[in-house]
Design a protein around this ligand. Sequence first.
Ligand code: SF4
Length: 228
Amino acid sequence: MDSWQELNHRIIACRLCPRLVAWREEIARVKKPAYADQAYWGKPLTGFGDPQAGLWVLGLAPAAHGGNRTGRIFTGDRSGDWLFRALHRAGFANQPTSVSRDDGLQLQGAFISAAVRCAPPGNQPSPDERDRCFPYLQEEFAKLKRAKVLVALGGFAWQAALRLLKSVGWELRPRPAFGHAKEVRLGPCVLLGSFHPSQQNTFTGKLTEAMLDAVFERARSILQRGIE
Ligand code: SF4
């Protein structure tokens, strides 16, 4: 077993947060009527993508009937539809859709994780749950040796990324506030903010496809040409 497999096995077996374990398993048992014939994953989600990635995308947590159903982050929900279309347009994904773990999707130079690995009620992990899950992010970061651009989808992921970079010695004071297309340099990394592609943002026009594309185009540009 290689070190990625070892980490992923530990993540999938994790039961450190009683509230989230109960929630993810209850969702998997009750199911949404539209998915009643499907076997839900109902466990924590590992990161997904290219271990040699220069781009690391961070989300908040799995969706109850998206990742918690399919077993892959941002897979099988509307946020993922937006995200993977954008990653495909930017050349980071081999296809624009992400519907199941065996759909053939491959990321090219990109890796995706969530700050919290289990679906939380109301998409709101508690501070304790966030803290218990944080070491998995640190372990992934230590393995993603080529990750230079971090895209944080939403304020929760932004804070997790800042905390992660601080934990390896890179910190800005005052702590930079989250914003769409916000860009900060921390050590050898660049952190880019993006509104989360949740329906709350995409239905209201707060986030458009052009706005999301601009973030990944900027990420691509930094990876290819450095910060200009
Ligand atoms: Fe474990 Fe993270 Fe899930 Fe908590 S949220 S049970 S720490 S995988």
